[in-house]
Write a protein that binds this ligand. Structure first.
Ligand SMILES: *[C@@H]1O[C@H](CO)[C@@H](O)[C@H](O)[C@H]1NC(C)=O
Ligand SMILES: *[C@@H]1O[C@H](CO)[C@@H](O)[C@H](O)[C@H]1NC(C)=O
Ligand SMILES: *[C@@H]1O[C@H](CO)[C@@H](O)[C@H](O)[C@H]1NC(C)=O
Ligand SMILES: *[C@@H]1O[C@H](CO)[C@@H](O)[C@H](O)[C@H]1NC(C)=O
Ligand SMILES: *[C@@H]1O[C@H](CO)[C@@H](O)[C@H](O)[C@H]1NC(C)=O
Ligand SMILES: *[C@@H]1O[C@H](CO)[C@@H](O)[C@H](O)[C@H]1NC(C)=O
Ligand SMILES: *[C@@H]1O[C@H](CO)[C@@H](O)[C@H](O)[C@H]1NC(C)=O
Ligand SMILES: *[C@@H]1O[C@H](CO)[C@@H](O)[C@H](O)[C@H]1NC(C)=O
Length: 900
């Protein structure tokens, strides 16, 4: 590594302005020939020939395009297309090469993504193989091409068979579990043997589609001198000098020819100034590090969503030789911010929170599963933008890219940078033990090196985690390997510590945050030798918590971790979405063969029904609206349960219990998105429709909330939580008691509160029965059934937090009255697809749910409690529609309609 941080040299080359930049026409003399586009496709047995294949693409998309397969996301196609990954698929095309291209010293064939096991041929000569979908493959083809027509062939082996073969070989030493997924997944076995999307062999929320294909770009690149492969940046703060230290690592693909006069220019455009560095490239250098000092005043600090702007600064790096005959350029964007993971002694453990730009920030967000189970479709920019925009609009500031999927596209991380959404990035290992053979570890090294270079420079990347739940799996003996614990622990350390962590630290100079697993005890896990005694300890690190047996609306059952990185409940998507997966109406009842087929979580449907029965009265199974009520109620319970849990975590940002638990600083619920239509934990369904949960996130993640619950002493505790950077004064907290039969509150208390920046505050703890007595709600349990508590927060009359409520009884026992909720008008209020909808009610209306059915779009709020006569809700759509059409489609339901 060549460091240019000698201070004299740095002064010489830094901060100099070179007029030369504006003069040079940045025409990239390096030649590149894209092989994207249409290829021919057949299988090795010639059962399917003369098909066309797309590059980038994948076998399932191609077989659908060629009408060999119907829509694989419909019906039982996950089951009936199981033959697909058992074939070998061959993609072939011709391409034409010019004499000019051939006349280069270096010619490479570069695949940005091959999924997964392929033999690559040029003009029928094998030139390379692949075995990891997460690395870029660069094959030297300088002597393999000819002027004129050439043929490239990529022969994909069956990933499912290779997994079996590798497992078979592994058996000679020992079996690495889990061998197969539970039967309910209808999945494939031995996915832990291969470096491929782990969820592509099925998961508890997704189908088995083990794809093959050229899933990213493929190019031929030709050059004489040198090209820039990666530019990796890293920002440190130098408080003493009021500067940012920008470290730039430039990785080169050097020429086979000796180049003596290469130079690099790095230029960053700041607010009102350009900083440029120019330096010579030593002969045969493969990497060069540059340090640049950026005066703090010349840039705006990058902040997470909700805390400020997310300014990014363009860094252009340019390689050329003296004669400028060839130029290679690469552009990246830099965000100036610091991110620390603070793990200081606290209670009986350590704290675990992120400090960004010196400010402790409560992480609000969700877990992202792959954008699409077909990796080529996961590149869809519109879909990615919509998903991240939803996260941003819902006040999320962190998403976890979960370890059973893929390292997402550059576009995904670019948008996260632009929107201020921090990324908790898992390495792609999940819910399994993994091999530690030399082959396997070498393969992983390549993956970590490539992904660390590709991702670690993004402003949004907050943390890397070695895997999902594998530490817990080993410690809690999920796979019954207790007798051989040491053996598997050694494997674990070889993989995540000696390989993943070591390589990541090498690439990032130990400057990025790494935890070995999620969940883990963070620093404590390291101290305990990487497999801690209790990886779910609430006083260390992060926790994943699921419980389907206890009452999810009672926060008293919940853990109080330092950081909640997974928690969730299932629900069903709406009927319109189901009808995109089956045209057969008779498939649509809760325990139908079809719904059961798509419920991969063992006992999942029974758990959904049990959760519903706790709070609601379902109509008779024979009622024609039975399935709709199951859907509606399942979404209510999911939304309420995650709301209760999230708010409970948020109030704990300032509470430390005597037992040492508390100071919770993160809430990432499971799961953000879906990859097919099924009962899952998602807040957004496969069709992009928001479940009630997604509407609720806008409220429970709001910067300021007022929330309450009934504690074990039967007291109502009410809290205000503020994520603001400044103290707020003179807020009016209004605590109303409503009788279910009246829109006029029975009593109202006003409390004036000041709330410190970034804190939660208890504002009352009052015996619930005395409160209800004062409101004349009746006696005993009757009182809790007749009335509920409504919470709101304003400052001088202007609302500062979403309205909230506490039900003192089970909803099924509450005296909820009929409410005549009506849509009284639908008006187009702008040309950008915004409509306003007036709703009136003559009584308290519970879980008011608007549905636009076939008109895609979303509402400003949904699933709410209406306590006023009239409300205005907005509807946003990006399709052409009209007031008349929307009025015709719009329906509104409430919980009472559906209990009857
Ligand atoms: C950087 O280059 C040096 C030799 O010039 C080499 O030893 C080192 O491994 C390289 N580092 C990386 C991360 O490629
Ligand atoms: C199909 O692939 C095989 C194997 O590469 C090849 O020999 C054969 O010519 C191909 N058939 C067609 C019709 O393209
Ligand atoms: C690359 O080098 C070859 C000789 O090795 C020369 O013929 C060719 O013109 C060079 N191409 C460029 C773009 O400099
Ligand atoms: C592709 O090129 C080979 C020769 O390299 C030729 O035999 C074959 O006909 C070409 N195929 C097509 C479809 O042009
Ligand atoms: C601040 O700058 C001075 C002079 O450029 C340098 O000697 C010193 O090391 C810098 N301080 C830090 C903390 O880097
Ligand atoms: C432990 O490993 C040995 C081989 O190393 C194997 O024979 C044995 O079955 C394993 N036992 C368990 C409980 O996994
Ligand atoms: C609470 O404040 C509201 C608005 O300022 C006022 O209308 C109401 O009378 C107050 N209630 C009490 C009990 O002070
Ligand atoms: C659409 O128009 C409304 C009303 O003019 C405005 O409030 C809203 O911000 C606009 N939305 C977008 C996405 O431009």
């Amino acid at each position: 590594m060549i460091h240019f941080n000698d201070s004299t040299l740095a002064m010489m080359i830094c901060c100099a302005f070179f007029a030369i930049f504006s003069l040079i026409n940045v025409s990239n003399a390096l030649q590149s020939l894209s092989l994207n586009g249409q290829w021919e496709l057949n299988d090795s047995k010639n059962s399917y020939k003369g098909l066309t294949g797309n590059v980038p693409g994948g076998i399932y998309s191609d077989l659908m395009d060629n009408k060999v397969l119907d829509d694989i996301f419909s019906g039982y196609l996950d089951e009936t297309s199981k033959w697909v990954p058992r074939q070998e698929w061959i993609y072939v095309r011709n391409f034409s090469v010019t004499e000019e291209l051939i006349n280069h010293e270096n010619i490479n064939l570069v695949f940005d993504g091959l999924d997964t096991f392929a033999y690559v041929y040029i003009n029928n000569e094998e030139i390379g193989q692949s075995k990891n979908m997460f690395v870029q493959y660069v094959f030297d083809v300088s002597n393999k091409l000819k002027v004129g027509e050439n043929t490239i062939k990529v022969h994909f082996m069956s990933p499912v068979k290779i997994s079996e073969d590798l497992a078979e070989k592994q058996i000679h030493s020992y079996v690495i579990p889990p061998v197969c997924p539970p039967n309910e997944y209808h999945g494939e076995c031995n996915v832990n043997m291969v470096r491929k999307m782990q969820a592509s062999y099925a998961w508890d929320w997704g189908p088995s589609f083990p794809s093959v294909g050229i899933w990213k770009d493929v190019n031929i690149e030709a050059f004489n001198s040198t090209i820039i492969r990666h530019v990796v940046t890293d920002v440190l703060e130098d408080d003493d000098n009021d500067t940012w230290i920008l470290n730039i690592d430039i990785y080169l693909a050097p020429s086979k020819k000796t180049i003596t006069n290469g130079k690099i220019e790095a230029k960053i455009q700041l607010n009102n100034q350009v900083i440029t560095k120019v330096f010579d490239v030593p002969v045969h250098a493969t990497n060069i590090s540059v340090v640049c000092e950026i005066p703090k005043g010349s840039v705006h600090t990058w902040w997470p969503n909700g805390y400020g702007a997310h300014d990014l600064y363009l860094l252009k790096v340019r390689y050329s030789t003296e004669e400028e005959s060839e130029v290679s350029t690469k552009e990246v964007r830099v965000g100036f911010r610091t991110i620390e993971l603070v793990q200081d002694p606290l209670g009986e453990g350590y704290s675990f929170y992120f400090r960004v730009n010196g400010i402790p920030i409560f992480m609000k967000g969700s877990n992202e599963i792959p954008i699409d189970v077909l990796p080529e479709r996961g590149q869809d920019k519109k879909k990615i933008r919509r998903l991240l925009q939803t996260a941003k609009d819902s006040h999320m500031n962190m998403l976890r890219v979960w370890g059973g999927g893929v390292y997402e596209s550059d576009y995904f991380y670019d948008l996260a940078d632009e929107m201020g959404i921090l990324i908790w990035q898992d390495f792609m290992f999940a819910c399994a033990l993994y091999p530690s053979s030399e082959d396997f570890l070498e393969n992983v090294l390549d993956e970590v090196e490539y992904q660390a270079k590709r991702l670690s420079g993004h402003a949004s990347i907050a943390l890397f985690s070695g895997n999902n739940e594998n530490e817990g799996a080993l410690r809690d003996d999920w796979y019954h390997v207790k007798q051989n614990f040491t053996l598997f622990k050694d494997d674990y350390i070889k993989l995540y510590i000696d390989t993943v962590k070591t390589k990541l630290e090498e690439i990032t100079h130990k400057r990025r945050i790494f935890v070995a697993s999620s969940p883990s005890n963070g620093k404590k896990t390291d101290e305990e030798g990487y497999v801690s005694n209790n990886p779910s300890d609430q006083q260390y690190g992060d926790v994943h918590y699921y419980n389907y047996l206890l009452d999810p609306l009672n926060p008293m059952i919940l853990p109080i971790p330092r950081f909640a990185s997974e928690y969730g409940f299932q629900s069903l998507p709406v009927l319109e979405s189901w009808l995109e997966a089956t045209s057969n109406q008779s498939d649509l009842y809760i325990n139908s063969k079809f719904v059961t087929h798509r419920q991969h979580h063992p006992l999942g449907n029974a758990e959904i029904l049990a959760m519903i029965h706790r709070e609601f009265q379902l109509p008779e199974v024979t009622n024609e609206r039975y399935i709709e009520s199951v859907i509606y109620f399942s979404q209510i319970i999911q939304a309420l349960a995650i709301k209760v849990q999230t708010e409970y975590y948020r109030i704990h940002r300032s509470i430390l219990h005597p037992d040492g638990r508390g100071n919770t600083m993160g809430a990432l619920y499971w799961q953000l998105n879906d990859v097919w239509v099924a009962p899952t934990w998602s807040g957004i369904d496969f069709a992009g429709r928001w479940k009630m949960l997604q509407y609720y996130t806008q409220d429970f993640f709001a910067p300021v909330i007022i929330t309450g619950f009934i504690n074990v002493q039967n007291q109502l505790e009410v809290y205000v939580v503020s994520d603001l950077l400044i103290k707020t004064f003179s807020l009016s907290a209004r605590i109303k008691v409503f009788n279910w039969n009246s829109l006029t509150p029975a009593i109202e208390q006003n409390i004036t509160v000041d709330v410190e920046a970034g804190s939660s505050k208890l504002i009352i703890a009052e015996v619930i029965h005395s409160l209800l007595d004062n409101a004349q709600c009746g006696s005993g349990s009757e009182a809790t059934e007749n009335c509920f508590i409504h919470l709101s927060l304003d400052k001088s009359g202007a609302q500062v937090a979403p309205d909230n409520y506490v039900f003192p009884a089970k909803i099924r026992d509450c005296n909820v009255q009929d409410s005549n909720v009506k849509i009284t008008s639908v008006k187009k209020i702008s040309t950008n697809g915004t409509y306003s909808i007036e709703l009136t009610t003559d009584n308290i209306a519970l879980f008011v749910w608007l549905d636009s059915h076939t008109i895609p779009g979303r509402f400003s709020e949904n699933g709410f409690l209406q306590v006023v006569k009239q409300r205005t809700i907005f509807f946003y759509t990006d399709v052409e529609t009209s007031e008349a059409e929307l009025s015709k489609e719009l329906t509104v339901i409430t919980a009472v309609n559906y209990s009857k």
